[in-house]
Design a protein around this ligand. Structure first.
Ligand SMILES: Nc1ncnc2c1ncn2[C@@H]1O[C@H](COP(=O)(O)OP(=O)(O)OP(=O)(O)O)[C@@H](O)[C@H]1O
Length: 654
């Protein structure tokens, strides 16, 4: 909005405003249309005087508390984003503000540098910053315009606000209504160009999280024209019922589909919007690995990639595994009959096979399970397969990633809270993940990141089989199958005093080490199967042998997650459904290899090295990873064997 305008004296400012309102072209050309339109509203609509305006308004405490309680979920979600935005702008004299849709400040995180100015202009929780009270300003004008904007310096209608710069972005609810405004304000002289970009991203992040929270009991169709953008900020989200009726859509979905409002598709059948049947969508939603699949939007005939997320806590209809099928015999039927959820997890790798045999023996015996493995090996996918194979399959599977939530939120998310337990708590309270999982499975991912003071509470829940929500006094009985996962070395965390030893023993009744992809004997088959899945059901994908070998020999530091992403790109790029060497990304065609002999096999030895590595893995497997025994059988010293294992990137099993 209006370029840096000199700070004017009170009467000069008033003259400028009045001239713009009178239609003075010279003056109007200094400001954009939004500013001039807002000035008109302030002058003629609200009868505000730019100089002699009424005092700022602060609502009574009780009223503020009520508004905060009404917006408690939003405040919880936004707190994390506001803090991280504040950190990104740290030291730049900004305040990050969240208001409701009437411009009332609900939360404020301010740089101490800005405190005096903020106090002078009454930027504080409970203050009303709508246009009627404060004239043209970031928050109030954003409420009116429903779009992101900056009100800088003299573009403020009231002279008392003309030393501020305010960037504001609306946060929409899933039905397209303005729910809140996120604002970053500072003294005008400290304005920064990139504030708006960061602010917009944070607003969208909050909006998407609000969407998922509000619609977690429905199916969510996630789409983007580029597969790798699914799961990012720009993904389109469309919520629909099990019958296929569209309930809501986010801003990106509307943008990508060229819609003005979600109402244009609400109530319609999702299968009318895209070329896919409802049974196929539901099947995709419950498929174990849920890769993005290509799909055409009916109206524009544009191609998108999509994933479907099933309801979070309701029990799922029988999901479909990765189809075990010959590529030449592709099935397109929608509802497979009975299946084994573990089937999709391996294609003959002995460690995975043994893992699954072990798990089958302990399923439904109330034994907590701990999954270890590098990032992306499929711990989450494994835990879901465990749930689907257990007697608890018709009850909820509830996951919580302890690393993705700020410490302050983990407690209320996990243990829940009673109504009014703390300022900002919802009126209805929150059951918390443990109680949501009652009768089913609770998956605690990245448990190594759980704050130590909460570890004691979790231990008590596991020992007593009851939960006491925050602010509650009565223990509530609960029955959960606990699965925890981490890629961290919990023993080191214990040694550093970051993880309780007693909890560790309590949660790892049985431990499963999911092998890294580079250690798996079935990676050739995995590559083929996942590639076929990514290519779609109606094509037959083939490989140039050298290209497949190169993929097999690669070290895959990001494991199955990386493999799937790479295959998604390759299958989209290759011609005639034939993957050639030239289609592989550079890092796979020319993997960086260090010179030391202890490093991974050099590419020129790939085939041989891979064969030797596989043979070594097989022997180690056969000896249940007893390194001394294997060394003896091979006539090697233990040290030589360890060196060779290191050279081939084989980690000793736990
Ligand atoms: N058995 C499998 N078959 C096909 N793809 C799989 C399989 N297991 C995992 N994947 C793919 O790898 C991705 C990562 O899996 P998952 O989230 O389960 O890994 P993780 O070990 O839990 O990762 P992190 O430690 O980072 O949370 C999945 O989204 C899926 O695309």
């Amino acid at each position: 909005m209006g370029e840096a305008i000199m700070r004017l004296s009170g009467s000069e400012h008033a003259d400028l405003v009045k001239a713009a309102i009178a239609g003075d072209e010279m003056v109007c050309s200094q400001f954009d249309e939004i500013t001039v339109a807002s000035w008109h509203r302030c002058y003629t609509g609200y009868g505000l005087d730019p100089i002699d305006a009424p005092d700022p308004v602060i609502i009574p405490r009780g009223d503020l508390r009520e508004r905060q309680e009404r917006a408690c979920h939003l405040l919880e979600i936004a707190r994390h984003e506001m803090t991280s935005l504040y950190q990104q702008l740290a030291g730049s004299g900004h305040a990050i503000i969240l208001t409701d849709n009437e411009g009332v400040l609900l939360n404020y995180i301010g740089d101490p540098m800005f405190t005096d100015t903020a106090a002078n202009v009454c930027l504080q929780t409970g203050a009303v910053w709508d246009e009627r009270t404060q004239g043209t300003n970031g928050i109030g004008t954003c409420v009116m315009e429903k779009k992101a904007l900056v009100v800088h310096k003299g573009a403020h209608y009231l002279e008392r606000n003309a030393n501020l710069t305010c960037a504001a972005a609306p946060i929409f609810d899933p039905h397209g209504n303005v729910l809140a405004i996120l604002d970053a304000s500072s003294e005008a002289k400290l304005a920064q160009k990139h504030t708006m970009v960061l602010l917009n991203m944070s607003a969208q992040m909050i909006e998407n999280r609000v969407f998922f929270c509000a619609l977690k009991e429905t199916y969510v169709f996630r789409c983007h024209s580029r597969a790798e953008f699914i799961g990012t900020l720009g993904e389109g989200l469309i919520a629909f019922t099990p019958e296929g009726r569209v309930l809501a859509a986010n801003r990106s979905a509307m943008f990508q589909m060229g819609l003005e409002s979600p109402q244009q598709i609400v109530g319609r059948e999702i299968q009318d919007l895209f070329t896919i049947s409802l049974p196929m969508l539901l099947k995709r939603a419950h498929s174990q690995s849920c890769p993005a699949f290509p799909i055409i939007e009916t109206h524009s005939e544009r191609r998108f990639f999509a994933k479907v997320q099933p309801p979070e806590t309701t029990s799922a209809p029988t999901p479909a595994p990765i189809q075990r099928r010959a590529a030449s015999n592709l099935r397109t039927d929608a509802c497979p009959s009975r299946y084994d959820p573990f089937d999709a997890l391996h294609f003959g790798d002995p460690r995975m096979k043994r893992n699954i045999e072990t798990i089958r023996k302990v399923l439904d015996r109330d034994i907590p399970c701990m999954l270890f493995g590098e990032t992306g090996v499929g711990k989450d996918v494994f835990s879901r397969a465990m749930h689907q194979s257990s007697e608890r399959r018709d009850k909820p599977f509830v996951a919580l990633n302890c690393a993705s939530l700020p410490e302050s939120l983990i407690e209320s998310e996990l243990f829940g809270y009673k109504a009014g337990a703390f300022t900002g708590a919802s009126r209805d309270g929150n059951r918390g993940k443990i109680l949501q999982a009652d009768g089913g499975t609770l998956f605690l991912d990245e448990i190594g990141d759980m704050p130590i003071h909460l570890q004691a509470r979790l231990l008590r829940v596991l020992e007593d089989r009851t939960v006491v929500p925050l602010g509650g006094d009565k223990p509530i009985p609960v029955s959960i199958q606990l699965i925890s996962a981490t890629h961290r070395d919990v023993r080191s965390l214990i040694a550093e005093g970051k993880f309780r030893e007693d909890l560790y023993y309590r949660i790892h009744g049985i431990s499963i080490q999911i092998p890294a992809l580079r250690d798996r004997a079935d990676r050739r088959e995995l590559i083929r199967r996942i590639a076929q899945e990514e290519a779609g059901e109606n094509v037959r994908l083939d490989w140039e042998p050298a290209a497949l070998e190169q993929m097999v020999a690669y070290q895959w530091p990001g494991n199955l997650r990386q493999l799937r992403n790479v295959l998604r790109a390759i299958t989209a790029l290759c011609e005639d459904h034939y993957v050639r060497m030239r289609d592989l990304p550079d890092e796979i065609r020319h993997p960086a290899h260090e010179s030391a002999q202890d490093d991974i096999p050099a590419p020129e030895f790939n085939a041989l090295a891979v064969a030797e590595r596989d043979a070594l893995l097989k022997v180690l497997e056969g000896a249940h990873w007893n390194v001394s025994l294997v060394a003896k059988n091979l006539g090697l010293s233990r040290n030589t064997l360890y060196r060779r294992m290191k050279r081939y990137g084989i980690n000793p099993a736990r």
